[in-house]
Write a protein that binds this ligand. Structure first.
Ligand code: NAD
Ligand code: UGA
Length: 462
């Protein structure tokens, strides 16, 4: 029983970001018998979680939060008291790529995670289960157990790994109906008991056969490997998009043809300007670093090539723009439709649009960015080059007077714009570079556009 006897358990999550907020909202909504508290050192983030303007844009999330907030879901900045009260602590702080010292540019920066562990030891007065929700290098649980259990208060901490597989934009659906929940623990009596406690939470709504239990190292490593395999599929299809452009094959037809093979499967085969998001690149580089540290250099090079292919795809996209626009884009107005790293999110972390914008600015183009959710983040990402970039919430205004439009994000609304009107207000010849292959290229060509899809033949008037 929890210290707060109204509730069967007292669960805490440290870190109220893209993972901590939605994950805990889902647990609280599905388990009214538990008290769920989410804390963060970022006061404005916590304040926003307590309003109807949540700090992240995620379809359906506000409804889930509203079901539980104030009933059994609480957002707070009082980290210390929340730690004292909790019996289960999920830690969902950021684990970015280290940008200093040994392993800079590849290894995970574990300073936020370790600081949390030390906060937990300092203020705890009772035994606790600590759940790794953040994505961490394999074998982090060992280091954490050492830090946590090096206390002289006689308190025991059991570390369990429960990595999160939600994708942004579909977080609510992913949490409500996950492909699987993964829980790794030590195979000792205490470890297995802690594992059962976490299984019991998810079993409130996830079928038992989708709750996988493993040893703690397999759970930690599986998270990195899942992201590496997903990113590898995108780099694979993107590499083929380059070949399609040279051979008159159509990358969408190739993807459909190979995806019909049940061993390959149809999902995650959309060619793009490259994958973005806060995790694919960081997690693969972390995997590369771990392999290197074990002397597995061939394995490291293999996975590193997935990131290299992604960089190539972003560069290739801009090079095509320059080449077809008569080898110069200096002074030309180029409208970027979309800045988020994918549709249905305002998140721009590692968005390919950041690199594309910077390359266009280097070529002295005049860039105009439009996006339904991500303009605030875009302004922060482009702090160094704001004098060369404009922002417009209306795509028609962004395209007015432009020489070219480039589709960066696959927002539904970009499919249904009045492209005749847009064409009439653009400089001629007018170009569209469809970095997501979402538009009707033939119809755009009939309007008068020169259309350059990815991995498919261009539709040109010259
Ligand atoms: P985020 O940056 O959105 O959120 C992390 C939060 O932790 C921030 O609000 C920060 O203020 C808070 N924090 C940091 N140190 C703290 C401390 N000492 N005490 C209290 N709060 C602290 O990050 P995120 O996107 O939610 O990712 C969190 C983890 O989950 C990462 O390891 C990431 O790899 C992993 N992950 C992310 C996603 C995703 O879709 N974003 C999906 C799966 C896994
Ligand atoms: C990804 C994984 O899908 C999640 O399982 C994982 O939990 C998460 O990373 C994480 O660890 O952070 P996310 O980055 O939110 O989720 O979004 P994805 O749908 O995976 O898309 C990632 C990038 O790949 C986006 O830029 C997207 O546009 C791109 N993508 C995706 C393609 O270019 N082609 C595709 O076919 C699919």
């Amino acid at each position: 029983m929890s210290s707060d006897s109204k509730f069967a358990r007292n669960i805490l999550c440290i870190g109220a970001g893209y993972v901590g907020g939605p994950t805990m909202a889902a647990i609280a909504a599905k388990c009214p018998q538990y008290k769920v508290t989410v804390v963060d050192i970022n006061e404005s983030r916590i304040a926003a979680w307590n309003t109807d303007h949540l700090p992240i844009y995620e379809p359906g999330l506000l409804d889930v939060v509203k079901q539980a907030r104030g009933r059994n879901l609480f957002f707070s900045t009082d980290v210390e008291n929340a730690i004292k009260e909790a019996e289960i602590i999920f830690v969902s702080v950021n684990t970015p790529t280290k940008d200093f010292g040994a392993g800079a540019g590849k290894a995970a920066d574990l300073q936020y995670w370790e600081k949390t562990a030390r906060d937990i030891v300092r203020v705890s007065t009772s035994d606790k289960i600590i759940v790794e929700k953040s994505t961490l290098p394999v074998r982090t649980a060992k280091a954490m157990e050492r830090i946590l259990n090096a206390n002289d208060k006689g308190i025991h901490f059991e570390v369990v790994s429960n990595p999160e597989f939600l994708a942004e934009g579909t977080a609510v659906a992913d949490l409500m109906n996950p492909d699987r929940v993964l829980i790794g623990s030590q195979l000792t009596e205490a470890g297995l008991k802690a594992c059962d406690v976490i299984v019991e939470i998810y079993a409130n709504w996830v079928p038992r056969d989708r709750i996988l239990t493993t040893n703690v190292w397999s759970a930690e490593l599986s998270k990195l490997v899942a992201n590496a395999f997903l990113a590898q599929r995108i780099s694979s299809i993107n590499s083929i998009s380059a070949l399609c452009e040279r051979t008159e094959a159509n990358v969408s037809e190739v993807a459909r043809a190979i995806g019909k093979d049940s061993r390959i499967g149809p999902r995650f085969l959309n060619a793009s300007i490259g994958f973005g998001g806060s995790c694919f690149k960081k997690d693969i580089l972390n995997l590369v670093y771990i392999c290197e540290s074990y002397g597995l250099h061939e394995v490291a090079r293999y996975w590193e090539s997935v990131v290299q292919m992604n960089e190539y795809q972003k560069r290739r996209f801009v090079q095509t723009m320059i080449r077809v626009m008569f080898n110069t884009i200096a002074g030309k107005r180029i409208a970027l439709f979309g800045f988020a790293f994918k549709a249905d999110t305002g998140d721009t972390r590692e968005s390919p649009a950041i690199d594309v914008t910077k390359q266009l600015v280097e070529e002295r183009a005049r860039v105009v960015i439009t996006d339904p959710q991500a303009l605030e983040n875009a302004k922060k990402d482009l702090e160094g080059c704001l004098s060369h970039v404009e922002f417009a919430s209306d795509p028609y205004a962004a395209a007015k007077g432009a020489h070219a439009i480039a589709i960066m994000t696959e927002w539904e609304e970009y499919k249904d714009l009045d492209y005749k009107k847009i064409y009439s207000e653009m400089e001629k010849p007018a170009f569209i570079f469809d970095g997501r292959n979402i538009l009707d290229h033939e119809a755009l060509h009939r309007i008068g556009f020169n259309v350059f899809p990815l991995g498919r033949s261009a539709w040109k008037h010259f």
